[in-house]
Write a new protein. Structure first.
Length: 282
């Protein structure tokens, strides 16, 4: 069994989207169905919780402080701590649809996913939201838009539409939009969910209903499996001062008898070496 520790004991219904904020030196993660944004400072143990008015698929740091959030009805902005305030950057409510995973691109834009609550095929999207609120569609025919991450050189985007059981590769064009999509790796045990890319260009992906995190080389070869005590890990990200600790979010939703760690934020110290993640430029 992998040396897994509990970083934050919690009972999140659907923990998701761990992100290391290097400026505040804290981890940000969300409980999608609990409508909560959590932060955790591993050095001090300090935790905060922000309640959102809608289901929240992801929360990422902004370059000027505060958070960008992928909410049920669109993308919104919270100001820096102490300043208060919320405003919509882009609002586009669609009945029966909610936000899901999101990631900040090397250029500071937010690539945000959506899905239908009933997970109907073709009901979800992947879009790029620029700092000025301009929205450009990336994919408009997905079911459960999930993990998104860039190769170290920024020329590849790894992407997951969970029901396909695949991690795909999108090649980036000069206009910061993808010019092609092809399979990278296929998962048979569970469903690929959130992912992160490490400093060696390897892709780490959490397996919903697979009870593990897997690492694939840049050639798509499986070379490491971290077995976990929970059935539904949802995503992973490197954090800590030297970006060597792998944080893993987990879910309790849909489980008749969840493991005591289900819904908590887990950590595997010294699992690898992550890449610094950019902040949203808006």
């Amino acid at each position: 069994m992998t040396a897994v520790e509990v970083a934050v004991h919690a009972h999140a219904a659907l923990g998701e989207g761990p992100t290391w904020d290097p400026v505040a030196r804290r981890l940000i993660w969300v409980d999608v169905l609990g409508s909560r944004v959590h932060t955790y400072d591993p050095a001090s143990g300090r935790r905060t919780v922000l309640a959102t008015e809608q289901h929240v698929g992801a929360a990422k740091p902004r370059a000027g402080g505060g958070l960008v959030v992928n909410l049920r009805d669109g993308v919104g902005l919270y100001g820096p701590a102490g300043s208060g305030g919320f405003r919509w950057l882009h609002r586009e409510p669609v009945p029966g649809r909610r936000a899901n995973d999101a990631a900040v691109a090397p250029d500071g834009s937010l690539w945000c996913g959506t899905m239908r609550y009933d997970e109907a095929p073709g009901g979800g999207t992947l879009s790029r939201v620029d700092p000025d609120g301009t929205v450009r569609p990336i994919l408009d025919d997905v079911a459960v838009s999930n993990g998104t991450g860039w190769s170290p050189d920024g020329r590849r985007v790894y992407y997951v539409d969970s029901p396909t059981r695949r991690i795909d590769v999108l090649d980036m064009g000069d206009d910061r939009l993808p010019v092609g999509r092809r399979p990278f790796a296929t998962v048979e045990d569970g469903f690929p969910d959130g992912l992160t890319v490490d400093a060696d260009g390897c892709v780490w992906v959490a397996l919903w209903d697979g009870g593990a995190v897997r690492r694939y080389t840049p050639d798509g070869v499986l070379d490491r499996v971290l077995e976990l005590p929970v059935r539904r890990p949802t995503s992973c990200a490197f954090g800590g001062a030297d970006l060597t600790d792998l944080y893993i979010t987990t879910a309790r939703t849909g489980l008749a008898a969840p493991h005591p760690m289900s819904g908590s934020l887990l950590v595997v110290p010294g699992a690898g070496k992550g890449l610094p993640q950019p902040a949203f430029a808006g």
